[in-house]
Ligand binder design. Structure first.
Ligand code: SF4
Ligand code: SF4
Length: 288
């Protein structure tokens, strides 16, 4: 089974637009969105949710007031100052370390798991999809990204599909690491600007230099800055990064997104360019 992860150095590079087009073009695949903090693939794919589950992350402490003997031990030990003078725990300040639970002499502190978000298995017009949404201000995005990947893999195995296309998160943080680790290949979507080149370098360092995952790239809206596009191309040549395509700026792409469509569902020259790029990406995947 091959797993292609599409990522970018920052949001707004057109990563999801490219992913949605690959989703439309690829056959026999499962789709996944591991950008659990700010998922947006569903805006284009309009998933029909078939299965929904809560995602539980860390624990939090709750004092049972009827059992508490007000000895003060928990308040003395809590490094996060989460416990008030009248022995109530602020769930936002509680880091879930469990120290108070362990040392309470009368076992008056419960330690339930925190519900941090939801994950879904859906049907879309391009095939099955696993996606998630982390609740606001919750952590554990790496854990949820890992869960989404695992569920996508299970689904692909169940349905006998041999390709997973993942819309990954931007940047180089924890959810990105959780998304690229062990993937077959990574496609980095960048744009022609100094920050685009810098971000490409950082993401490539993480994916290829650190984790040894084969990397490809695509320059989106390349014609907005031909000089920077050329510098990015040169960087790719110097570092043996396969440049799979250069997509021009096309207002039709925005129109497509607004209408909940992938650009390849439109009859434009950009759609042809993206389709050719997918052919190259697919061929490359078969060599791995
Ligand atoms: S350690 Fe237990 S008994 Fe003591 S104040 Fe805290 S909750 Fe109450
Ligand atoms: S679990 Fe840790 S952070 Fe939370 S209240 Fe207890 S000692 Fe404080």
């Amino acid at each position: 089974m091959k797993e292609l992860v599409i990522i970018s150095g920052k949001g707004g590079t057109g990563k999801t637009t490219i992913t949605a087009s690959f989703a439309a073009l690829a056959e026999d695949k499962v789709l996944a969105d591991t950008d659990v903090d700010a998922p947006d693939l569903h805006l284009i794919l309009s998933p029909d949710v078939k299965h929904e589950e809560s995602f539980k992350g860390g624990h939090y402490a709750v004092i049972n007031q009827e059992e508490c003997i007000a000895c003060g031990e928990c308040r003395k030990l809590c490094r996060f100052e989460a416990i008030s003078e009248d022995y109530k725990i602020n769930p936002i300040d509680c880091e879930g370390c469990g120290v108070c639970v362990h040392f309470c002499p009368v076992e008056a502190i419960d330690f339930p798991q925190r519900v941090c978000g939801k994950w879904f298995i859906s049907e879309t017009r391009f095939g099955p999809m696993v996606h998630a949404q982390l609740d606001i201000a919750q952590e554990n995005s790496g854990l949820l990204a890992t869960l989404v990947r695992q569920q996508a893999k299970n689904l692909a195995e169940d349905k006998g599909l041999d390709l997973i296309i993942v819309d990954g998160p931007p940047g180089i943080g924890c959810p990105v690491i959780a998304t690229v680790t062990g993937a077959s290949a990574v496609m980095i979507v960048t744009e022609p600007s100094p920050s685009g080149l810098h971000d490409l370098e950082r993401v490539w360092q993480l994916a290829f230099k650190h984790f040894g995952i084969p990397c490809m790239t695509c320059i989106n809206k390349f014609d907005l800055n031909l000089e920077m596009a050329e510098r990015i191309e040169k960087f790719c040549q110097q570092n043996n990064i396969a440049l799979m395509g250069k997509v021009p700026f096309d207002p039709k792409v925005t129109e497509a997104v607004v209408n909940g469509k992938a650009i390849v569902e439109y009859d434009t020259s950009t759609a042809n360019i993206v389709a050719q790029m997918w052919e190259k990406v697919y061929t490359y995947l078969q060599t791995l």
